[in-house]
Design a protein around this ligand. Structure first.
Ligand code: KG4
Ligand code: ZN
Length: 335
């Protein structure tokens, strides 16, 4: 099958062509982050309008790059949720309209399943079963994956997602949206050991996460340093490093526990925060000690993209799944 994958759940328009025999043929992405940066976060209405403008040109671009025409496509996968409802509707509408015109099957797929399976697009994909750490702007979850669609939730955040915490900490440090990569860059100049931030919920058993206390701790530290007239570039970098280290340590501790609990020796990390270099290095070190292997997608497939949707959709379309005539858009959708 030749699958056109469409991702429009938030602020990236992603399109890709995945062939079940030949693998990924082409992918293209337009990121709206510059547009939303002026507002400090994603403005849903602006996101939808921009997807409308970018989606069809991006579809033509991937077809050109793969030296294919629309009539070569044999199935379409789009992100049906979770995400911003207007943005999801754009992808769903284009997918269903094209599917109707070309008389081919169309399927709405789960955005987080896309993230979860993104490492499958790499040269050395993980075999089943594996434990997946899903860390994005909206999710922090540990999932045992025994096969496509066989997902067991092991633990998740009871409040903020890790990416959301990064974005909020960035704001406190005067950095633009999206904050994760900017906090990570600022942390490069930070000095170890100046601050010691808490590692939430690591002092008790379990695989749940909580990041809202860490956010408050960060805010209190920022406020205290500003009041003490100690708000220098170095202070900001030291806080960025302390914050990043706390998130990374917390995620690593829970991943180690999850590998043990699931009796697995494969760990997959996926979602935007999995692009974080310090997190990757720390998970590799932990896994090495446990005799486990770590798998992740290339950085551009850790954040939102069309390739992961094309891949996930292809597996399900091959299994015979497809939408009825209705567009599926589920802003909230547990996996
Ligand atoms: O998966 P994603 O692109 O979108 C969602 O589905 O949410 O994840 C975006 C999140 C944002 O919160 C962003 O700040 C975070 O991933 N992020 C990072 C890094 N790159 C992206 N967080 C920490 N370090 C990074 N290098
Ligand atoms: Zn995502």
């Amino acid at each position: 099958m030749l699958i056109l994958g469409i991702e429009t759940s938030c602020d990236e328009t992603g399109v890709a062509l995945y062939d079940s025999e030949r693998g990924l043929l082409a992918d293209a992405l337009f990121s709206q982050t510059d547009m939303h940066a002026d507002y400090g976060g994603v403005v849903p209405e602006l996101a939808s309008r921009d997807h409308v403008q970018k989606l069809l040109p991006l579809c033509d671009e991937v077809l050109d790059r793969a030296v294919c025409t629309r009539s070569d496509i044999t199935g379409i996968a789009y992100t049906a949720g979770p995400g911003l409802v207007g943005a999801l509707m754009v992808g769903g509408s284009v997918a269903h309209a094209l599917g109707l015109a070309l008389d081919i099957p169309v399927l709405g797929v789960h955005h987080m399943e896309g993230h979860l399976l993104a490492p499958m697009l790499e040269d050395n994909p993980p075999g089943f079963p594996f434990v997946a750490l899903l860390v994005s702007g909206g999710h922090t979850q540990l999932v045992k994956v025994s096969g496509i669609g066989e997902y067991e939730l092991l633990g998740e955040s009871v409040d903020d997602a890790a990416g959301e915490a990064f974005d909020k900490a960035a704001k406190m440090l005067g950095l633009d949206y999206p904050g994760g990569p900017r906090v990570a860059a600022l942390a490069e100049q930070g000095r170890e050991g100046v601050y010691r931030f808490p590692r939430p919920m690591t002092d008790r058993p379990g695989l749940e996460f909580s990041f809202s206390g860490l956010k408050t701790y960060t805010l209190n530290t920022v406020t205290a340093e500003q009041a003490a007239d100690n708000w220098t570039e170095q202070t900001r970098a030291d806080i960025a490093l302390a914050f990043e280290s706390a998130v990374v340590d917390t995620l690593v501790i829970k991943c180690r526990r999850a590998l043990e609990a699931a009796d697995c020796d494969r760990l997959v990390m996926a979602g935007g925060v999995s692009a974080n270099r310090r997190l990757r290095a720390a998970l590799e070190t932990m896994a090495g000690k446990q005799g486990a292997s770590v798998f992740y997608a290339r950085p551009e497939f850790c954040t939102d993209n069309g390739a992961m949707i094309a891949y996930a959709g292809c597996q399900r379309l091959l299994a015979g799944q497809r939408d009825g005539d209705r567009i599926v858009a589920k802003p909230r959708w547990p996996m």
